[in-house]
Design a protein. Sequence first.
Length: 68
Amino acid sequence: MKNLLMNVWMNIVMPIKNEKGAQSLEWLGLAALLILVLGIISTAVSGQSGAIGNLISSIISKISGMVG
């Protein structure tokens, strides 16, 4: 009876402790977020030929326009 209860308990607890799938999804989400941010920055930078201050202000205005 003890072995049966231990087997049932392990079948319940082991899938809960296995977080490899959830961790993979977290890494994929972070990678997608990084690609999105890099895409927004590259879109904002394209066609710029001014000073760094103009470049930064243009990036901020384009990002705020896309987000908000």
